[in-house]
Design a protein. Structure first.
Length: 418
């Protein structure tokens, strides 16, 4: 399948070529013709699959024939509304719209919370056809009557499962009520849970379903490894690994915002340059942290799941799970930041005995055990590990009788893999 086969016109094909895309990704092959045909589409595709282009390209194609260079704001009503849960995603989609839409006289902008609203109002008043927004900030604009959604033709709900997780559905409902009932609605979600299907029922009309192979079968070029480690010694192990393997550009995930802050300052104190990105940081702080990381001014970026969602950092050599996520699916999201597009990558998980349950969840989803590596001096104390292992393994504690020859960490892994 080529982009030519998908029904995009010459200038969009030129754009795609300029971006260096030689062939469409699976979600693009499946979704682009459907979107062009005006169908509602419910697509299971996560970040990294090329899903942004899968909706932005055909949307531009559909709008371009009626695009105009007129000056009056009235000639530029909002025709496309793209809702996405986080500011970072909003910025990335906004950037994609600008990139792919170069040369087409369609105006676009991005609105999201955490920044001043006045500059957004100015742009909205001048007229934009494509509006990318986070739900809360869009409702602020609705409340101030700075946006009119009555002429929206295409409504995109990006990261539907995240919208649910973040409690945005009531906001989405309020927004959808302001849109024409006659419209095209595209819903993208990493997973198809029952809740996502319910969302589709509520907001879509007879959608075509697009399901591309989830990245559960993780790319061959991605190496996964877990280090059993004492909870209290994780940060030291991380410093050890970064130094031992001369790691650069390491994206580290923590479960909590406070954990992210603490780890970032600890790493900095230990001489590993680090910045952090999480929900308690202002927009400008987040942007600065991300730029510092992308520009390789810092080695490590510590992030929480929500804040990292959809960060488009390509070719990352290392992703570290400082803690395993609560939701196994998030493991896939996290490690999807490395080994993209053929580049090789390593996903490292630091797993302490209290995380056996999360590890089981992840390995069940992967349908395989993650290979285990040992750094002897950081291994958890077998006494403390015995408890959770025994809970799953029922008396497998006897493995420890052989002492160090059968390291505790191996037990942690085998118990969890069953
Ligand atoms: P997304 O899933 O939308 O976050 O896209 C992930 C990355 O894939 C982005 O950096 C895109 O620039 C890139 N990308 C999108 N489509 C293609 C394609 N057909 N070939 C190669 N890279 C692509």
């Amino acid at each position: 399948m080529t982009f030519e086969d998908l029904g995009l016109s010459a200038d969009l094909l030129a754009t795609v070529a300029r971006e260096g895309y030689t062939e469409p990704t699976p979600v693009q092959s499946a979704a682009i013709p459907l979107v062009l045909a005006g169908r509602d589409v419910l697509a299971a595709a996560q970040t990294g699959t090329g899903k942004t282009a899968a909706f932005v390209l055909p949307i531009l194609e559909r709008l371009r024939n009626t695009a105009n260079a007129g000056f009056s704001p009235a000639r530029h009503p909002v025709r496309v509304l793209i809702l996405t849960p986080t500011r970072e995603l909003a910025m990335q989609i906004g950037a994609a719209v600008k990139t792919y839409g170069r040369g087409i006289p369609l105006r676009s902008t991005v609105v999201y919370g955490g920044t001043r609203i006045d500059p957004e109002i100015k742009i909205l008043w001048s007229g934009v056809e494509i509006l990318v927004a986070t739900p809360g900030r869009l409702l602020d604009h609705v409340g101030q009557r700075t946006v009119n959604l009555s002429q929206v033709e295409i409504f995109v709900l990006d990261e539907g499962d995240r919208m649910l997780d973040m409690g945005f559905v009531p906001d989405v409902r309020k927004i959808a009520a302001l849109l024409p009932a006659q419209r095209q609605t595209l819903l993208f979600s990493a997973t198809f849970s029952d809740d996502v299907r319910r969302m589709a029922k509520e907001f879509q009309h007879d959608p075509e379903i697009v399901e591309v192979a989830a990245r559960n079968s993780i790319a061959d070029n991605l190496t996964q490894v877990l280090y059993p480690v004492d909870q209290a010694r994780k940060a030291d192990l991380l410093v050890h690994l970064i130094r031992r393997d001369s790691m650069e550009q390491v994206l580290v995930f923590t479960r909590s915002k406070i954990g992210a802050s603490r780890l970032a300052s600890y790493l900095d104190r230990r001489g590993v340059s680090t910045s952090a990105i999480h929900g308690d940081r202002s927009q400008s702080e987040r942007t600065r942290a991300l730029e510092a990381f992308k520009g390789r001014f810092v080695k490590v970026l510590v992030a929480t799941d929500v804040a990292s969602r959809g960060l488009d950092i390509e070719d990352l050599p290392y992703v570290v799970n400082f803690e395993l996520p609560h939701e196994p699916q998030d493991y896939i999201h996290r490690i999807g930041r490395t080994g993209r597009a053929g580049a090789s990558g390593t996903a490292i998980s630091l797993v302490s005995p209290d995380e056996v349950e999360q590890l089981r969840g992840v390995q069940r989803l992967l349908r395989k055990a993650i290979p285990c590596a040992i750094v002897e001096e950081f291994l958890p104390d077998p006494e403390r590990e015995a408890a959770p292992v025994a809970r799953f393994g029922g008396g497998r504690g006897s493995r420890y009788s052989s002492g160090r020859a059968q390291p505790a960490g191996v037990g942690l892994q085998t118990a969890a893999a069953r």
